[in-house]
Design a protein around this ligand. Structure first.
Ligand SMILES: [Zn+2]
Length: 320
C-alpha cells in the first residue's frame, strides 16, 4: 500500500518520505500508538518505498506488489507465537538478515507487537540493534511502548502514531459500505483505533454490544442469581471482561454527558436507554458508577479474578 492510501497519519508519511529522499532513513524505527493498523500500513509503505523498482513505492511494480502481498523474499515479518515472540524466532531473523538481499537493495523486517518479545528474545534482538547485519531496515510496532526494553527503545527512532480522529474513522467505515449509524457509533467506540472500528462494524458485534448494555442496565440488585448468571456468562477471560468494562464506562459517561447537558455521546443508537438512566440517577450516583467501573478496571488490570470482578461490578451497577 503506498503512503497515499494510508488512512490518516499524513505528517508521519511525509516525514518518512523526506528522510528517504534525503538518504537519511534511520536503520531502526519504533512505531508506537493506539492505531495498530495505521502503524502496520505505514511500515509496509516504507518498505515498499525503499524496495520499489519505480519511484517511492509506486504500488504497482512487481516489488511493491510482493511487499503488499507480504511475499517479498527480503521482507521478514515477525509476530508473536502464542503470547510471546520467542528467542528462536529472533535467532532465525538474525540468520535471515545476515544473508545478502535476494532482490531488493537491502533487507527489512517488521516486528509486530514488539513488546511481546520475552526477555531472552529482547536481549538477543538488542544485539541486532547494536551491531546491525548489513543495511537492514528494522521497524518495531507496538501499542504498549512501556513494555519494550529501554535499551531497545533508545536505539530506535521513535514515531508516535496518534489516535485517529473520529471523523476520519467514520469516513473510512462509510467508504467501506457500513451504515451511517453503525459507522458513527463504531467510530465513537473505537477510541482512535481503525482496526477496532472495522471489527466493530463487521458481523454482529455492535448488536451484541447493544444487547449486553440493555441487559446490564436492567440487572436488579434484588435478583442475585440473575447477577451471578450474567457475570458467569460474560466472564470468559480477562480481555473480554476489560472490553465489557470499557463498554460500561462509555455508557455511563454518556449518562453523565446527558445529565450535564454536554454534547457528543458515544452510544447514540441506544439514546432512550441512556436517557432512562440519566432521568433516574442523580449526578452523584452516576459519578459513583463511573468510579466503581474504574476501580474494578484497575483491579482487573492487576489480575483480579475476572468472574468475581464482574459479579462485584454488576452488583454495584444494578438498581436496587
Ligand atoms: Zn514500486
Amino acid at each position: 500500500m503506498p503512503f497515499s492510501r494510508i488512512v490518516g497519519h499524513k505528517h508521519i508519511a511525509s516525514l518518512l518520505m523526506r528522510a528517504l529522499e534525503a538518504g537519511k532513513l534511520s536503520h531502526a524505527y519504533l512505531f508506537d500508538g493506539i492505531d495498530g493498523l495505521g502503524m502496520k500500513d505505514t511500515a509496509l509503505a516504507l518498505v515498499e518505498a525503499v524496495f520499489c523498482n519505480g519511484r517511492d513505492g509506486c504500488g504497482t511494480c512487481s516489488s511493491c506488489r510482493k511487499v503488499g502481498g507480504l511475499r517479498h523474499p527480503d521482507l521478514h515479518l515477525v509476530q508473536p507465537d502464542g503470547a510471546f515472540i520467542k528467542i528462536d524466532r529472533i535467532r532465525e531473523l538474525q540468520k535471515e538478515l545476515s544473508l545478502r538481499p535476494y532482490e531488493a537493495r537491502t533487507k527489512a523486517c517488521i516486528i509486530e507487537d514488539a513488546e511481546r518479545m520475552n526477555p531472552s528474545a529482547a536481549n538477543a534482538f538488542l544485539k541486532t540493534l547494536e551491531e546491525p547485519p548489513g543495511e537492514a531496515l528494522l521497524i518495531l510496532l507496538t501499542t504498549h511502548a512501556d513494555g519494550i526494553l529501554p535499551t531497545i527503545r533508545s536505539r530506535c527512532q521513535r514515531l508516535r502514531f496518534p489516535a485517529l480522529p473520529m471523523e476520519t474513522i467514520e469516513a473510512d467505515l462509510r467508504e467501506r459500505g457500513a451504515e451511517p449509524e453503525s459507522s458513527r457509533v463504531a467510530a465513537a467506540l473505537a477510541g482512535g483505533d481503525l482496526a477496532r472500528a472495522r471489527r466493530l462494524v463487521s458481523g454482529d458485534r455492535l448488536q451484541v454490544r447493544k444487547l449486553f448494555l440493555e441487559r446490564a442496565a436492567h440487572l436488579s440488585g434484588n435478583d442475585v442469581t440473575q447477577l451471578f448468571a450474567a457475570a458467569e456468562e460474560y466472564a470468559t477471560d480477562k480481555e473480554s471482561a476489560l472490553e465489557l468494562l470499557d463498554l460500561l464506562r462509555l455508557f455511563w459517561r454518556d449518562v453523565l454527558l446527558l445529565r450535564t447537558g454536554s454534547p457528543g455521546i458515544t452510544n447514540s443508537d441506544i439514546l432512550p436507554l441512556v436517557n432512562e438512566k440519566a432521568n433516574t440517577h442523580s449526578l452523584d450516583e452516576v459519578m459513583e458508577k463511573l468510579e466503581c467501573i474504574s476501580r474494578i478496571g484497575n483491579a482487573l488490570a492487576r489480575n483480579a479474578n475476572h468472574r468475581l470482578s464482574l459479579e462485584v461490578l454488576f452488583m454495584e451497577l444494578a438498581d436496587a
